[in-house]
Design a protein around this ligand. Structure first.
Ligand code: PGA
Length: 260
């Protein structure tokens, strides 16, 4: 089986003004050299995309948007389209982050539309799914994740699904310091891959990348990355510091090199 190339992605959320973003990107560029064994991506706020792209030129670090709107263009005040993202140098876009679902009313149906427009625009969608604490406690983790996956991917072909990166982010672990244990994460990742296999076949299931997100940091990234079905991380808090994010990239490279 061909090894999936892992991805370490930094979601800067609503942090970093333009000068602060330039500073962070510059530090990262000097710390993350040619990480051939893992892909690295950062998702700055929209206002900083153009300057960060400039700073990252010539580095191996990819850039992504934190969201997009599904229409190509039009009178949609405040929104940003796929082509606007690609024109700044983005190759990725995060879609359906739990904060978007929680605070901005995003649903599996809007996630589906956004994934379609990202694919159409040539962006790699990082589709976020994950259960809340109450859902985990009432044993609904698998059913919630399955519904988010099925409805988010509805109507897509196997070829399209293969281009997507899934991020499993248990909502109770995001920004809380509570990380899922490696076994808890692996169990859900395996379940997700199993559902994809059922719906789209073996080769799509083997090719698709499934990231873990939720208080991932230098101290736990090695153990997470060692798990069979964990192909990287979507990192919030720890990606705002160049040293800790670069450490996570380095530890991930070491771990995947030894992964069988
Ligand atoms: P966190 O955020 O690493 O700060 O928990 C993860 C995310 O929201 O993607």
């Amino acid at each position: 089986m061909a090894k999936r190339k892992s991805l370490i992605a930094g979601n800067w959320k609503m942090y970093k003004t333009v000068p602060q973003a330039v500073d962070l990107a510059g530090r990262l560029k000097s710390l993350v050299s040619d990480s051939v064994d893992v892909d690295v991506m950062v998702a700055p706020p929209f206002t900083a995309l153009a300057v960060v792209a400039d700073v990252l030129k010539g580095s191996a670090i990819h850039m992504g948007g934190q969201d997009l709107f599904w229409e190509a263009e039009g009178a949609y005040t405040g929104e940003v389209s796929a082509s606007m993202l690609t024109a700044t140098g983005c190759t990725y876009v995060i879609i359906g982050h739990s904060e978007r679902r929680q605070y901005f009313g995003e649903t599996n149906a809007t996630v589906n539309k956004k994934i379609r427009s990202a694919l159409l625009g040539g962006l790699t969608p990082v589709m976020c799914i994950g259960e809340s604490e109450a859902e985990r406690e009432s044993n609904q983790t698998f059913s919630v994740v399955q519904k988010q996956l099925e409805e988010g991917l509805e109507g897509l072909t196997s070829d399209e699904v293969q281009k997507i990166t899934v991020a499993y982010e248990p909502v109770w672990a995001i920004g809380t310091g509570k990380t899922a244990t490696t076994d808890q994460a692996q169990e859900v990742h395996e379940f997700i891959r199993g559902r994809i296999e059922k719906a789209y076949g073996d080769s799509v299931a083997n090719a698709i990348r499934i990231l873990y997100g939720g208080s991932a940091k230098p101290e736990n990234i090695g153990d997470l990355m060692a798990m069979a079905d964990i192909d990287g991380a979507l990192v919030g808090g720890a990606s705002l510091n160049a040293d800790s994010f670069a450490d996570m990239v380095r530890i991930s490279i070491d771990t995947v090199t030894n992964k069988t």
